[in-house]
Design a protein around this ligand. Structure first.
Ligand code: SF4
Length: 121
């Protein structure tokens, strides 16, 4: 099969031409400017993932919400289910950047981590 996949690893956005099969994986790529296209195209074809970003309510904090992200990115087809899992969760201040607020969400091996500090008040 032949496909063109836009590499989104950096802002250049190379339109990478890919030859692949389900059985043998990626056979070759063209039209890319660097080696980062290979792993990206492989993942996009066989295990597409996305960074989930949202926020979670905080009790007793100097901010009412803490921004969070998935670490690492979660399977693309589980984004909505993961959002459902996060909805309703509340956390307590203090929170530091990098704190793991939820572990192994939906058995994906991905954690939900804080991306800002929230002080206790
Ligand atoms: S192939 Fe390299 S240069 Fe092109 S978009 Fe991907 S990361 Fe950027």
């Amino acid at each position: 099969m032949k496909s063109t996949i836009i590499c989104i690893v950096c802002p250049v956005s190379c339109p990478v031409d890919v030859e692949w099969t389900k059985e043998d994986g990626v056979l070759g790529i063209k039209n890319h400017l660097c080696k980062l296209a290979g792993p990206y195209v492989e993942s996009e074809l066989f295990d597409p993932r996305r960074l989930l970003t949202t926020s979670i309510p905080v009790d007793s904090g100097d901010w009412p919400l803490v921004s969070v992200k998935s670490d690492p990115p979660i399977p693309k087809n589980m984004m909505l289910e993961a959002m459902d899992e996060i909805t309703g969760v509340r956390v307590k201040a203090p929170i530091k950047v990098g704190d793991v607020l939820m572990t192994d969400i939906l058995g994906t091996g991905c954690d939900i981590v804080a991306t800002r500090n929230v002080k206790k008040v």
